[in-house]
Design a protein around this ligand. Structure first.
Ligand code: PLP
Length: 495
């Protein structure tokens, strides 16, 4: 039998081989995974190996068949959804963490960087006096924030909802533009998805505060307990920022928890042109951000910030367990000396959320910020916002394009307009499929006030101004092609 590589001390050449494969991948000269004639699936689809091929064989298969058939997401022209490829600093840090600190607890450098990087994020984004915890993504980060809100609302009534559940109907207020992980969180927390009230938006996708006031008053009359108001600092659809200051003041005077979902858009505060829109952040009881979006971390890093992590601990504690605390020398001693990293768990992040085993994520955020600093991050955010503004300007001026919404951050909603009357939505849908097939500049689509929009969202560290220009050029070219082809294109593109 081949020894496993753990015993052979060959990390360096093996990682070098994978790194070479990744450098090749990052040239983006390879075709899409489903290119005609692709054969990787047959090569990879083998029965359960009874005997292994050894670590060199694994490295070879990774480089030959797996890496080149990876995702479009890291491509610099990819602007779909709100997801992107990891920057190199993230890859270095998460590779290191996976080996050297497979858990984030104990008094290690990794546990220390978990806390330090959370403080850096809070400082960089102006979250004064807030404490954080990392989790796997915005979905869980929102869940933790709303768990804190639930704890807060019921503790004021003398109940512990984490221990005893909830005993009365509650309501959460968010707009129809809020991310649907808000509804899912409400389901998981036992509040129910239907407890999330859909507050009306204005034409620019921002919460209407008059509608919020009315909904709060109506629930009060009906004896429903208002649990949280959720505002967006950058909606997923269009990048809209709700009127945070006004909403925060309403929340404060109503004594209701104020949550700000900044999974995508919180880093926008670094661009001083839009920073005033974030003024109300100071009133927030909880805020989330996804370092795996605009900051360039590999997928699996989100942060939830609250004023007092003890609230999170009461909401999510796993309770002491015989198999844990007793193993720590410090437990139960009067003045515990911490002389070994294993003498104590360090900051107990596992009690502030829903994950016990979890990777060290702080080291990733630390590496991102250590590499380029706030200055580098600010430059990236401004560049991406500029790209959306550039497309908006071109679209507003060009006879064949229509700007559907003035961008707030790095998302621009626009579309192609044919000369002849016809189904503009369908034409843009076909145009979008063709963009994807060309495998270069790939936005997603959405609907803005009922109309289909092409929706580039620029967050990739490898995306530069030229990618915005190239996207517009592609849209104009393909739009003209589709106009020439008129009707027959239906069959081809919808097949
Ligand atoms: C992306 C996003 C989420 C969900 O985050 P994941 O990291 O994908 O789980 C939540 N809220 C907003 C506003 C988002 O853009």
């Amino acid at each position: 039998m081949l020894p496993d590589a753990a015993e052979t001390g060959r990390m360096q050449p093996l990682l070098a081989k994978i790194a070479a494969g990744l450098d090749d991948f990052l040239k983006f000269e390879h075709p899409d995974a489903l290119h005609p004639g692709h054969a990787w699936r047959q090569r990879l689809d083998r029965p359960l190996p009874r005997a292994g091929i050894g670590i060199d064989g694994v490295a070879e298969e990774l480089v030959r068949h797996v890496i080149p058939n990876g995702s479009s997401v890291p491509r610099p022209g990819f602007s779909s959804f709100i997801t992107t490829g990891a920057v190199t600093a993230s890859t270095l840090a998460s590779t290191a963490a996976g080996i050297a600190a497979p858990q984030r607890y104990n008094h290690t450098a990794f546990n220390f960087l978990e806390e330090l990087s959370l403080r850096w994020l809070a400082e960089m984004f102006g979250l004064r006096g807030m404490e954080g915890v990392y989790s796997s993504g915005g979905s869980v980060a929102n869940l933790l924030a709303l768990g804190a809100a639930r704890q807060h609302a019921f503790e004021r009534l003398g109940r512990d909802p984490a221990a005893d559940g909830i005993d009365r109907p509650v309501a959460v207020y968010a707009t129809a533009e809020a991310h649907h992980t808000i509804q899912r969180s409400a389901g998981v927390l036992g509040i129910g998805r239907r407890a999330v009230r859909a507050i009306a938006c204005d034409r620019r996708g921002r919460m209407r505060v008059d509608a919020l006031r009315a909904a709060l008053a109506e629930d009060r009359r009906a004896g429903v307990l208002p649990m949280a108001i959720v505002a967006n600092a950058g909606t997923t659809n269009t990048g809209a920022i709700d009127p945070l200051q006004e909403i925060g003041e309403i929340a404060q005077s109503a004594g209701v928890w104020f949550h700000v979902d900044g999974a995508y858009g919180l880093p926008g505060v670094l661009d001083e042109r839009v920073a005033p829109l974030y003024a109300g952040l100071a009133l927030a009881d909880s805020v989330i951000v996804d370092p795996h979006k605009w900051l360039g971390a590999a997928v699996g890093v989100a942060a939830t910030f609250v004023r007092d992590r003890e609230l999170l601990r009461r909401a999510f504690t796993q309770e002491p367990a015989a198999y844990l605390e007793g193993s720590m020398a410090a437990a139960g001693t009067a003045a515990p000396a911490i002389e070994h990293s294993m003498d104590d768990f360090g900051v107990p992040y596992y009690d502030f959320g829903v994950e016990l085993s979890a990777p060290s994520r702080g080291v990733v955020v630390w590496a991102l910020l250590r590499e380029i600093g706030v200055a580098g991050m600010t430059e990236r955010i401004r560049r991406h916002n500029d790209m959306a503004r550039h497309i908006a300007q071109v679209a507003a001026a060009h006879p064949k394009l229509e700007l559907l919404l003035e961008p707030t951050l790095s998302i621009c909603c626009f579309r192609y307009v044919p000369a002849a009357a016809g189904d503009v939505d369908a034409l843009n849908q076909r145009l979008h499929r063709r963009l994807i097939r060309e495998n270069r500049n790939m936005p997603s689509t959405t609907r803005v006030n009922g109309q289909l929009a092409l929706r580039p969202c620029f967050i990739g560290a490898r995306s530069t101004f030229e990618h915005a220009e190239a996207l517009v050029a592609d849209v104009l070219r393909i739009g003209a092609e589709l106009e020439r082809e008129a009707v027959p294109c239906m069959a081809e593109d919808l097949a």
